[in-house]
Design a protein around this ligand. Sequence first.
Ligand SMILES: [Fe+2]
Length: 142
Amino acid sequence: MEGVSTTGEIERVTSYEKVKGFWTISRERFMEDVLIDDQSLMFNLKGKGLVIVSGCAHAGIVNTAAHSKKVMGADKVYALVGGFHLAGADKKRIRLTADDLLKVDPEFIYPCHCTGRKASRILKKAFGDRCETLKTGDAIEL
Ligand SMILES: [Fe+2]
């Protein structure tokens, strides 16, 4: 559908958005799984900008935003919605993520799922009214 796409495999550019703790079996051996198949849904909202819905953001939410803009040829990210995969992340990574997301400058962010409470608190503090944490059953109007 025009203006709607999935990211496909997301380019991993940031130094701090590393996937840890997942395993797979390859050639009969346990191997660390970097979940290269992680992807997000993107759509252009007319007159507003790009909306990115991450499933779990294993590739990193900052990488996801940058890759999405590139794939869609978009200048403006309007909203980021979904799991930012920061549950269990240390404060340094969360801080770096918040700083880089501020540079992405979305109008709104809606962290949920695997974002984690600590990261959600820090993101709320960084984005103020532009950040709303979501829980199961919530609805948002864009
Ligand atoms: Fe996740």
